[in-house]
Design a protein around this ligand. Structure first.
Ligand code: NAP
Length: 279
């Protein structure tokens, strides 16, 4: 299949590597000419260009730019699309993107592969990034079943498990498991850095090990991505943050009042429940 990818970074580049390995013809478009050259050298794409006209004749186009550029990219892409071309994106927020893009192109289906690393850009692209990951699609009422089926088949071919839901449900779910953790994790780092005794702070930095590495990882990642999550998913994220603050306040109270049994009960419940959230 002839597949176009716009935005050759971590996600776009990684999709290119996997789809090309499956013998699809990959046409890549990115903003910078140097990115296109690296993509060709790395074997991410068969052809690359800074011009969207390269994507003429593509059966599927996957927009992998930052969230802020997705709708604008689709607008510029319109003159080069065949009437049957399916367009999807990989943005980590769906409702505002789906609203804008569906109005521009009726064969648009929102998508979000739940995979990533702390790196960004074409040099971060890697094979098998989507192996074992969830890949969500958010069709609308006009979506053709056959188009959705094509995208799901493509996502499964790179090792992902697909899920289909409404854009709003996606945004609320990822607020809990992806966007809230980024804000909690970044607050954790800010709090540690706020230690007023420089000797204690230096010691903490030396002593930090796997626990801190795990809990600070998502908060210490790409700032642009974190900002986009907050900007584009603000209602769902705020809802999750308020609930989190409430729960943190409860824990503070239990510790202040030395209610160790109540605290243990919460910890026990969460020890039992956590496996439900990870596969
Ligand atoms: P990234 O590594 O920074 O890649 C984005 C690429 O898009 C950049 O390398 C840039 O390439 C290109 N680009 C930027 N503006 C463009 C434009 N106007 N037209 C064409 N290309 C443009 O970011 P990413 O992590 O792959 O994220 C891309 C998308 O995936 C975002 O929408 C994000 O929400 C979503 N996502 C990210 C993750 C994650 O964990 N990182 C996970 C799932 C989904 P140049 O070098 O040419 O400027």
């Amino acid at each position: 299949m002839k597949i176009g990818i716009v935005g050759l970074g971590l996600i776009g580049g990684s999709l290119g590597l996997d789809l090309r390995a499956l013998d699809h013809q990959i046409l890549g478009v990115s903003r910078k000419a140097t990115t296109c050259e690296i993509a060709l050298e790395k074997g991410v794409v068969d052809e690359a260009s800074t011009e969207l006209s390269l994507l003429r004749g593509a059966e599927i186009v996957i927009i992998c730019t930052p969230l802020s550029a997705i709708a604008d990219t689709l607008k510029q892409l319109l003159p080069y699309l065949d009437p049957e071309t399916i367009v999807t994106d990989v943005g980590s927020v769906k409702k505002p993107i789906v609203d804008q893009c569906s109005a521009l192109w009726s064969n648009f289906i929102g998508g979000h592969p739940m995979a990533g690393t702390a790196e960004q850009g074409i040099n971060a692209a890697q094979s098998n990034l989507f192996q074992g990951a969830a890949y969500v699609f958010t069709p609308n009422t006009d979506t053709k079943a056959l188009d959705l089926d094509k995208l799901e088949t493509l996502a499964r071919s790179v090792g992902a498990t697909t899920y289909v839901c409404a854009p709003q449900a996606h945004d609320r779910a990822v607020a809990w498991i992806s966007h809230l953790p980024v804000m909690v994790s970044t607050s954790l780092i800010t709090s540690c850095l706020g230690e007023s005794d420089s000797e204690v702070l230096a010691l903490a930095k030396h002593l930090a090990s796997s626990g801190f590495r795990d809990t600070s990882r998502v908060g210490g990642g790409n700032p642009e991505l974190g900002r986009m999550m907050a900007e584009y998913n603000n209602q769902a994220l705020l809802r999750s943050l308020y609930a989190y603050r409430h729960n943190l306040d409860q824990i503070i109270q239990l510790i202040e009042q030395e209610k160790w049994d109540n605290l243990t009960k919460i910890l026990q419940t969460n020890q039992e429940s956590r496996p439900q959230f990870s596969n």
